[in-house]
Design a protein around this ligand. Structure first.
Ligand code: GLY
Length: 343
């Protein structure tokens, strides 16, 4: 293999490596677990990365965007796997960004009640977040990622050469997820070479997943900025004015979390300014989309998976970020209204 970093996600008998480097595609054969006799490759037409594999394989293309992350795609994949005749010891290989790894991972978790799967992550967002940690799932009309399973891969490859053809907007989405790590123990990332940045994020993610695989309060911290981000995305499903991708929404969510933390007396203005500096340093916008319906945002935040009927946020404070439950809706509305005037 070429030069690479290897990060282990240590989940005892389900431990697996995350490789970060360039030129890893020629080594995929060496990562295939013992006993695999066929490989179902799940990818998208425009990814354009297909490693040469020693074992027989079949390619399954899924559509683009969040619409492709659906139960109907899972049905199509599982029918395809059945026709291909793969068994439980075979491998599903996801090649792409978060849409592909979430969907292929959930198909792998479901078909034959659980197959092995590997991931070649080709977007920055997948490399620093989505591909690591075994969260798989799809969207339903009622919300994003509402149906899924924790199902860990056998290996993750973060192939850096794939990033050279990544559209600028997709790269920025990755930076949106990367920005949150500055508040989870990785300050000054932007001063490091890209490989080191990705590896640092992967290490932090691995440590959170090892401690709390199925998302109690510890892993939930990885969702810093996501309470508002998911709400923005939910509103965006039916409001074309809200044309933001996940990473862009996370960047705005991180700023909102800082403003809310300040309102609650948890952090001071200097710390809010630091949040703005980190997010802006990645060239990401820090304001809400103009005209977004604030009441719809609040309603969507009540439906967040962390919320259990009250408003729950991950907020910065003197002991770092932590889960804060039962945040008063009128206070959230006030901060949101003030934030919207900055758009
Ligand atoms: N994206 C957050 C997590 O994997 O827990």
């Amino acid at each position: 293999m070429s030069t690479y970093d290897e990060i282990i996600v240590d989940l005892a008998d389900r431990r697996y490596p995350v490789y970060v480097g360039e030129g890893l595609l020629g080594s995929i054969d060496s990562m295939i677990p013992d006993g695999v006799s066929k490989i179902a490759i799940v990818t998208q037409e425009d990814i354009g990365i297909l490693p040469e594999l020693r074992l027989p394989s079949q390619i399954f293309y899924i559509g683009d965007g969040e619409q492709a992350k659906s139960l109907s795609t899972i049905g199509q994949l599982c029918s395809g796997f059945a026709k291909m005749g793969i068994n439980r010891r075979d491998l599903v290989l996801a090649i792409g960004g978060g849409v592909v790894s979430d969907t292929a991972g959930f198909a792998a978790a479901s078909f034959h009640r659980g197959m092995r799967y590997g991931i070649i992550a080709t977007t920055l967002l997948a490399q620093v977040d989505a591909a690591i940690g075994g969260k798989t799932g799809v969207n339903i009309p009622e919300g994003k990622n509402l149906v899924g399973a924790f199902w860990q891969p056998s290996f993750v490859v973060c192939e850096l050469s794939a990033l050279s053809t990544l559209p600028e907007r997709e790269r920025k989405c990755g930076f949106g997820e990367m920005a949150k790590y500055a508040f989870l123990g990785a300050e000054g990332l932007d001063r490091l070479p890209l490989r080191s940045q990705i590896s640092a994020c992967a290490k932090i993610k691995a440590s959170f997943v090892e401690e709390d695989e199925r998302e109690g309060d510890k892993r939930a911290l990885l969702n810093y900025g996501h309470t508002l981000a998911h709400a923005i995305e939910a509103v965006g499903f039916s409001d074309p004015r809200v044309n933001l991708k996940h990473g862009e929404a996370v960047a705005i969510g991180v700023i909102f979390a800082a403003l809310l933390a300040q309102k609650l007396g948890r952090i001071d203005q200097a710390r809010v300014d630091y949040h703005r500096r980190v997010v802006s340093s990645y060239g990401l916008r820090t304001e809400l989309p103009a005209g977004i319906d604030l009441e719809r945002l609040i309603a969507a935040m009540f439906k967040d998976k962390k919320s259990f009927g009250t408003l729950t946020f991950i907020l910065d404070g003197s002991s770092g970020v932590e889960v804060v439950r039962d945040v008063d809706a009128s206070l959230v509305r006030a901060v949101l209204t003030e934030f919207a005037t900055q758009a």
